[in-house]
Design a protein around this ligand. Structure first.
Ligand code: E4P
Length: 216
């Protein structure tokens, strides 16, 4: 499963890239707004740090507007992927962009039928938002299972990007459900390599080793 970092913060992106296991970045208007930076130059900086797919979201709500914003954003760097919402207008924009060989990430996906239609329209990625489904007492992981089965039944090549992940268990659950990519907040990426028994075990090994050195 590929791993993207879900942030627009340059320090976090640099730190995640330094881990050596980062495949891409997702941003959204809320994450970019948090940075208070100018959109296009900020995206260009992200694309200099990471060579894998970097998602940049359109803000138009009509199909023609989304497609033209998408074309403009795609000129920033060759690794930009255009994020459009899973609406009727987004579906049309997805098809228009796919026809021009511009890759899309279809975001705000909450039901399998949305994932099915955007796959038919040629989406590169679809982003089911697990955490937000769980937030309203739904079953986000089940959505990944359903999309996986539909895509496998018919051989759709759209990649399932599990989004809105809140904790390490979400990450493990989506890997088991067959997601192609997980986009993860930087804080959660750091948690993935932590376990108290690892720390306790390491302290004991080092203490025993020091005792041995002292006795020789
Ligand atoms: C990623 O592409 C999404 O925009 C992001 O994962 C949403 O996460 P949130 O539900 O925590 O805002």
């Amino acid at each position: 499963m590929d791993i993207y970092v879900d942030t627009a913060n340059l320090d976090e992106i640099r730190q995640a890239a330094d881990l050596g296991i980062l495949d891409g970045v997702t941003t959204n208007p809320s994450l970019v707004a948090k940075e208070g930076a100018e959109f296009h130059p900020h995206l260009a900086k992200i694309c200099e740090i990471v060579s894998g797919p970097v998602s940049a979201e359109v803000t138009a709500t009509d199909a023609a507007g989304m497609a033209s914003q998408g074309e403009e954003l795609s000129r920033i760097a060759s690794n930009i992927v255009i994020k459009c919402p899973c609406t009727v207008a987004g579906l049309k924009a997805c098809k228009a962009l796919a026809d021009k060989e511009i890759r899309t990430n279809m975001t705000l996906c909450f039901q399998p039928s949305q994932a099915w239609l955007v796959a038919k329209a040629g989406a590169f990625l679809v982003s089911p938002f697990l955490g937000r489904i769980d937030d309203i007492s739904g079953d986000g992981v089940e959505l990944i299972h359903q999309i996986r089965q539909i895509y496998d039944n018919y051989g759709y090549e759209t990649k399932i990007l599990a989004a809105s992940l809140r904790h390490p268990k979400h990450v493990v659950d989506v890997a088991l459900a067959g997601a192609d990519v997980a986009t993860i907040p930087f804080g959660v990426i750091k948690q993935l390599m932590n376990h108290p028994l690892t720390d306790i075990g390491l302290s004991k090994f080092l203490a025993d080793w020091e005792r041995l050195q002292a006795s020789q």
